[in-house]
Design a protein around this ligand. Structure first.
Ligand SMILES: [Zn+2]
Length: 428
């Protein structure tokens, strides 16, 4: 659909002339026979391009019916495009190098360059950009330049299937210069179809004049046979990624079972939280009477601590990230071990902890106790990566925390105390 320019658009006018002045067939002077008007979006603003078209005026000259256009026109924009090359390159760079979404690109084009485009128009131009890029990537001259310092190439092929039943996209890559050579979507992974791709890879290698030192692929039958047929004598190694994935399978399965066991052991977080929250309902104070300051409410602090223990524990139980080298179940056991140790330290702490002499709110009648008693803040991040295999998995950590709530009542806390090793006997 033609681009509809807003009525108030102001264009800069640019006239383009054909570079040749004389007919290459008969030598007559070329004459202007028509004008082509184009309006193009550029990053410098809207452009009105006037191309002066010429032809040979001699009616008997065989070149007479041919109309010539200025070559400079295609350096501004391709035929029928409304976007200049600079805008198309800008789009492609933002999309593929900066990973901007189409919406972001659209907003930025409108805000900064006053170029209004629909989302599907931007998608169309991004697709064109990809085609241009692929064409440049496959350009034989450029390829020859890239592969000039290489003695031999190492090729790999693999298929990517977005969903079952969809076409499989087969990608042929070269691993020495780390380039994707080409990709083709195949309806079936039959030997004959895959063979065509391998033949194409052979043509490419021959065009570059480089021997193939090695092939890498998975053990798909069509690939194994095809490579043996198309590249006789070239070693074929199976992909280590697939190999490792298969080896890791039993580890991940065992880890998954361990996680289920751990989760089964630790139950009742919700009930504890509900009980704490029920106690936490704000007390309705009489009008004109200010509520007690937080430091005067040790029980509120204690409840907060219990909730933090619950939140930390829940985070650990829901952690599913990590592959076979960092199994999530091991991390979970390690983290829960730290929670258990933290609670244990709290229980074993002497009842008359150190006073915080700098605290202005320390009551004279206080029996002392801990300054702060909280679960380790960073338990979910780095600290709980320490694995202590000697510790058995935690048995009911939070239930213990709750039953020990009376001990929290002894705690006093300064208004802005932060748990650190220096000012608390309980912090981990
Ligand atoms: Zn002529």
């Amino acid at each position: 659909m033609a681009y509809r320019w807003p009525d108030e658009t102001v264009f800069s006018r640019l006239e383009l002339h054909v570079e040749e002045q004389w007919c290459q067939t008969c030598g007559s002077r070329l004459r202007v026979c028509d004008h082509r008007h184009r309006r193009v979006c550029t990053l410098q603003g809207p452009l009105h391009v006037v191309c002066r078209l010429v032809h040979c005026p001699d009616r008997v000259c065989p070149a007479h019916p041919r109309t010539l256009s200025p070559e400079a026109e295609t350096t501004l924009a391709m035929p029928w495009w409304v976007l200049g090359w600079d805008v198309v390159c800008w789009l492609g760079q933002r999309r593929f190098a900066r990973h901007w979404s189409v919406g972001q690109i659209r907003a930025e084009l409108g805000d900064t360059y006053q170029i209004r485009l629909s989302a599907d128009a931007i998608e169309t131009y991004i697709h064109r950009y990809q085609q241009m890029l692929a064409a440049r990537h496959r350009d034989p001259q450029r390829m020859a330049g890239v592969y000039a310092p290489v003695d031999a190439v190492i090729l790999a092929i693999d298929g990517l299937q977005p969903e079952k039943g969809h076409e499989t996209l087969y990608v042929v890559r070269e691993l020495v210069q780390k380039r994707v050579w080409f990709a083709e979507a195949l309806l079936s992974s039959a030997t004959a179809e895959v063979q065509q791709l391998l033949a194409q890879a052979r043509t490419w290698a021959e065009r570059l004049g480089k021997p193939v030192r090695l092939w890498l692929s998975d053990k798909q039958d069509a690939l194994v046979r095809g490579i043996a047929a198309e590249f006789p004598g070239v070693p074929h190694r199976y992909c280590t990624n697939h190999f490792l994935r298969d080896v890791a399978k039993p580890i991940l399965e065992a880890d998954s079972r361990a996680k289920v066991k751990l989760r089964r052991t630790i139950r009742g977080l919700r009930a504890i939280e509900r009980a704490v929250l029920a106690e936490q309902h704000p007390t309705v104070s009489a009008p004109g009477v200010a509520p007690d300051p937080p430091e005067a409410q040790p029980e509120a602090v204690a409840r907060e601590v219990v909730l933090e223990y619950c939140a930390a524990t829940r985070g650990m139980l829901n952690d599913d990230q990590g592959g076979p080298l960092h199994p999530p179940g091991i991390r979970m056991a390690e983290a829960l071990g730290e929670v258990r140790a933290s609670l244990q330290r709290n229980l074993e702490a002497p009842k008359g902890g150190r006073h915080m002499s700098d605290s202005p709110v320390w009551p004279a009648t206080s029996t002392g106790g801990c300054a702060v008693c909280r679960p380790p803040k960073k338990m979910c991040a780095t600290r709980w990566r320490r694995w202590e295999p000697s510790r058995p998995p935690l048995t009911r950590p939070v239930a213990r925390a709750r039953s020990d709530r009376h001990s929290f009542r002894r705690c006093k806390r300064s208004s802005k105390a932060v748990p650190t090793r220096s000012n608390t006997t309980w912090a981990t």
